[in-house]
Design a protein around this ligand. Structure first.
Ligand SMILES: C[S@@+](CC[C@H](N)C(=O)[O-])C[C@H]1O[C@@H](n2cnc3c(N)ncnc32)[C@H](O)[C@@H]1O
Length: 182
């Protein structure tokens, strides 16, 4: 499992015989996860500091990799999906919630730090995103949920002219995608 400070909850979901491994690159998040796990008394969860482009996890040991709103922040998404593939057991699956776009964002939005930390500027085109997952080796790739993220006019007007804002067309989408390592 990847990048989850709510990982302690998964300690209950996997049951006593299961084990949860969480990874985040921010020491404060890892510390928060450890504190939460201790609070609820789970001993079957572990949090590691690391980059999901180079997971601090052995190969072929994970049943299910999950991630929520992280991949859009990662510069090398191909490396992150390859790493996910490496650590999964054959037959293992992933379930990722993330942000993608249905057409290229205007340059001023792509370059805006606030839009990047808001999980928008780093989002890939949906087709490119799915192509990266396929290239990593996954099969049975399916989008199970899709929701349009409406960016309010007041925010758009910080980065775009009135004309550009009118043309924006709301291309930002939250998706949940699943896939399998054969
Ligand atoms: C938007 S938060 C999502 C947190 C959590 N998944 C959740 O659902 O609440 C993004 C998290 O991804 C982590 N992150 C971003 N890039 C990362 C990377 N390359 N490797 C590991 N963690 C990363 C950040 O430190 C941050 O905790």
């Amino acid at each position: 499992m990847m990048s989850l400070w709510r990982g302690a909850l998964w300690g209950r979901i996997v049951g006593e015989s299961g084990y949860v491994l969480g990874v985040d690159m921010t020491p404060a998040m890892v510390e928060k996860a450890r504190v939460n796990a201790t609070k609820v008394g789970y001993t079957n969860v572990e949090f590691r500091l690391g980059d999901i482009e180079a997971l601090p996890v052995d190969s072929n040991i994970i049943d299910i990799a999950i991630s929520n709103c992280v991949l859009n922040l990662v510069p090398n998404k191909a490396a992150a999906f390859s790493e996910m593939y490496r650590v999964l057991k054959p037959g293992g699956r992933f379930c990722i919630s993330d942000i993608v776009v249905t057409r290229e964002l205007p340059e001023t939005i792509q370059q805006a730090a606030t839009m990047y930390v808001g999980c928008v500027a780093g989002a890939l085109l949906q087709n490119d995103y799915l192509a990266i997952i396929t290239a990593a080796g996954f099969t049975d790739i399916t989008i199970t949920k899709e929701k349009l993220i409406h960016i309010p006019q007041a925010i758009l007007s910080e980065y775009l002219s009135d004309e550009e804002a009118a043309d924006f067309g709301q291309p930002v989408v939250s998706i949940t995608v699943v896939g399998k390592k054969n």
